[in-house]
Design a binder for this molecule. Structure first.
Ligand code: N01
Length: 544
């Protein structure tokens, strides 16, 4: 891309946006509305066919939020006052309906271009603008770019020989056909038992003639306790929402609860068990991120919960061998350092005659053939092959774009061996570009809509401040990002997180360097750090 230095007409200049936002999920839409209100000229480009962000792509059967709907929404502009959820934990269709509601209220669509995959962005130093291109040939200049592609924009496909020879329906959960796929009476194979795998297994088990689930690592899944919601339940939830939104800002992970400031080891075994039981009955992530504070930090404390959890699973699964595979005597990793799924009847479905669990460690898949999946022991014929194998999380969506910064340096090269950002917000050499919910931000440990608003506010504040100062170029310093990377790494190394090969640190992607990709210090520390940045006059940024 040549950078046109010749003077352009006023007409051409008027096409230049203040901000182009890549991605129209929670984060992107929040930027659009806030920045538009402040008089910025903003557009959103999104690869999806319509609103929904990650919920547009992930429309596999059973896809639903693992966060209660009332907490998984904007606090912004009192939008929460008029939307009723039909379930405590809404499914993808309900979340899409919520996005439609937000669109209607905020009149967003006119500034969003769907079916527009941003494939390239080039920094034009002379004009101090980004030239952004889409895969279908659109081009747009913008003074700043916000990359809000989310943490799961890039599906991870397993590298299995013969995968493309399969003659039936084969879909990744994050690329599910938009018009659905009926699995009734079909022979279904699911590979992967993360949050997506657990959800699709629960639905497939209801209708498939035969369901085979391949598990590499057991999911230490927790009870969801789903409930149907009518007007009354919605009113009850709304009555307490203002205070709960306040808690979201300071709680470790942006939910309406936080860890108990007590150690699991300082209470009697009876009291501890009673607490576990109470939380278990209530269900949800509170069992994980609202429990004794040392469960995720202290191995002994952690083990007490694992034993409780294991007992609960074994009570539900009739076949002792299957129960042992799902909840082994030796923990696959400490509880909670790999994200647990929320389940409704996941463990129970393995009691059904049509459902079978295969341990990939004992019986690896050797190849996929047109008829199905061949393992070391047998051929499992199937009609539908579901790849619930996750994502190249946090970084994959950003690195799928060919971003070229100062001097044409490619972000893909800069980040090939190590990702460096300042607070997950920006990276040196790529001026006037900001990331939301990206690598080294609280992302993986933060409720999405909470992050969209509060990390989003940081970005809005920064852009507003720079505009007021007449700044046309800003860039975080190499020193600031080296310090942030060191901080993120240090938190990680002093935790139990390295004990599970998880997407939190990119350990799920073969061949890519593993590095902690999610800031694990909690929201109070994260926003506290930003307060310091502001007080010190944003000196982590070189501005001009
Ligand atoms: O992906 P995952 P996900 N051969 O990476 C296995 C969010 N989310 O899509 O654990 C065989 O967690 C892999 O095995 P292992 C949520 O934050 C939210 O389920 O690496 N197996 C694992 O079992 C979540 O954490 C919601 O040993 C292979 C699975 O595939 C994140 O997205 C719903 C394999 C991948 O699990 C990602 O969840 C869904 C291979 N080659 C997702 N490669 C809700 O809020 C991978 N696996 C509800």
């Amino acid at each position: 891309v040549e950078s046109p230095t010749e003077a352009r007409t006023d007409d051409e200049r008027s096409d230049v946006l203040d901000v182009l936002v890549v991605g129209g999920g929670f984060s992107g839409l929040y930027q659009l509305d806030r920045l538009r209100d402040l008089g910025f000229k903003v557009k959103v480009w999104d690869a999806a066919g319509d609103f929904g962000g990650i919920w547009w792509w992930n429309c596999y059967p059973g896809a639903r939020t693992d966060t209660q709907g009332h907490i998984y929404q904007f606090a912004h502009k009192d939008l929460w006052k008029d939307f009723d959820f039909r379930e405590k934990y809404p499914g993808y269709a309900e979340v899409r309906r919520y996005f439609e509601y937000v669109d209607e209220k905020l009149d967003l669509r006119k500034d969003v271009e769907f079916n527009t995959f941003v494939s390239r962005a080039d920094w034009d130093e002379d004009q101090r603008e980004w030239i952004v291109r889409s895969s279908d040939g659109k081009e747009q200049r913008a003074r700043a770019v916000i990359v809000a592609t989310g943490f799961g924009a890039k599906p991870l496909y397993p590298n299995i020989p013969g995968l493309d020879t399969f003659s039936g329906e084969c879909h990744h959960t994050a690329r599910w056909p938009q018009d659905g796929l009926d699995m009734t009476g079909k022979r279904v194979v699911v590979i992967g038992t993360g949050a997506s795998g657990v959800q699709v297994v629960q639905e497939a088990a209801k209708v498939a003639s035969q369901l085979t689930v391949f598990q590499r690592t057991p999911n230490l899944a927790l009870p969801m306790r789903q409930a149907l919601y009518g007007r009354e339940e919605n009113e009850q939830e709304r009555a307490t929402l203002p205070e709960r939104f306040q808690i979201r800002y300071t709680a470790f992970a942006g939910f309406d609860f936080d860890f108990i400031p007590q150690s699991a080891k300082e209470v009697s075994p009876e009291e501890r068990r009673a607490t576990y039981e109470k939380f278990w009955q209530e269900g949800g992530f509170k069992i994980w991120l609202g429990m004794y504070h040392d469960i995720l930090a202290d191995e002994e404390a952690n083990r007490t919960f694992y034993e409780f959890w294991r007992e609960k699973v074994h009570e539900r699964v009739h076949d002792p061998k299957t129960a042992e595979l799902l909840a082994p005597a030796t923990p696959p990793h400490p509880f909670g350092v790999k994200r647990p799924a929320l389940e409704q009847d996941y463990f129970d479905v393995f009691n059904q005659d049509n459902v079978r669990l295969i341990d990939l460690n004992a019986e690896p898949i050797t190849e996929v053939v047109p008829e199905g999946v061949r393992t070391a022991n047998e051929l499992i014929e199937c009609d539908v092959l579901v790849l619930a194998t996750g994502f190249d999380n946090n970084r994959g969506g950003i690195m799928a774009i060919d971003i070229r910064g100062v001097g044409g340096v490619r972000l893909q090269e800069k980040w090939a061996n190590r990702i460096d950002t300042f607070m997950g917000l920006s990276t040196a050499g790529f001026p006037n570009m900001l990331f939301l919910y990206g690598p080294q931000s609280p992302s993986g440990f933060c409720n999405g809509p909470t992050s969209a608003e509060y990390q989003g506010d940081i970005v809005v504040e920064l852009l507003q401040h720079l505009r007021e100062e007449g700044v046309t170029r800003f860039e975080s310093t190499p020193e600031s990002e080296q310090a942030w990377t060191a901080h993120v790494d240090e938190l990680f190394e002093n935790s139990l997180f390295p004990r599970a090969r998880s997407w939190y640190w990119g350990a799920n992607v073969p061949g890519k360097p593993a590095q902690m990709l999610n800031y694990s210090g909690g929201l109070t520390a994260y926003f506290g750090k930003w307060d310091e940045v502001r007080k010190n006059g944003y000196r982590e940024y070189v501005t001009d």
